[in-house]
Design a protein around this ligand. Sequence first.
Ligand code: G6P
Length: 361
Amino acid sequence: DAGKGEYDHYMLKEINTQPTALSNTIEGRIEDGDVAFESLPPGTFADVDSVQFVACGTSYHAAMYGGQLVREAGVRAEVLRASEYESTAGPVDETTLVVAVTQSGETADTLDAVRKAADRGARTLAVTNVVGSTAAREADDAVYIRAGPEVGVAATKTYSSQAVTLALLSQRLAGDVPDAAPVADRAAMLEALEDLPQHVETVLETSTAESLAEETLDSESFFFIGNGRGRSVALEGALKFKEITYEHAEGFAAGELKHGPLALVTEATPVFAVATGGADDKTKTNAIEAQSRGAPIVAIGPDDHPLVDIADAHLSVPDTHPVWTGLLANVQLQLLSYHAADQLDRPIDKPRNLAKSVTVE
Ligand code: G6P
């Protein structure tokens, strides 16, 4: 327990040390307004035609975030649940890059998916936190997220470091894959990335998630919505919340709320709406739908975001390049889950039935 230092739980320590983890993730990887990966020089992916991400749990949500950026760069990309690889993967050949996103590098489902892809001729890349892990050893290449050891079963800092690493990877792919193109304002995006650790610090210092957790704790269910990059953040917010509070929480693509989940919405089901810097019109209109059924709406986003105007409560994040807004919103949701679980006196670092790394299929 000495490793917890001044914190009551490893999870809180890991949330609070994200600025350092992110600085390590980024260190040396941005040079002259471009991405620099020690193990993946420019041209590495010149033969790649499409990308498949495979991952589980929180890593799957980080992969969704990265996958969206890869698609925005004009590269064909699908994000697959590793446990479903056999039934969901499209065609694979030597022009397919299969990226295993796995904190531990030991998740059985993820390793199995990568092995199946390699058998079909795919090129493989492990994005992992653990040097020398099975995924790193077996894949053709490895990129380390450099988040440092994570003890809490619920992944926090490794999600942020994975998402940033995958965002950088998206720009390497954009430069290498024929007909792809980096985001128009890549220099601004990378400049804003260098400020991300400071923005996370601001969220940690100013967050009102603890009092909001107290105000909303007496609810029946907790819903999280977002679209685009915000969808993966909403899914991750719900996963974290249910993992450590044992309360019912679900994440949805904002536009899907009206196609079923709305039947569950009442004044006892707060809806956490994730703002991104991108198109959030659907998140706003669906939040208003839920609000008209009595649900309290909590907006998570920058102060001047349109969602904030209609929300009943707000978790604020600093203004930055839109690519990074969702990651700041995610830090607010980590704090919300942590404080809710703490107020319920749950065993935060070791939730029942869950393991840090699942090495069986
Ligand atoms: C387990 C953990 C999750 C984690 C998932 C994938 O389910 O409880 O927190 O996201 O495994 O782990 P990996 O090491 O592959 O990222």
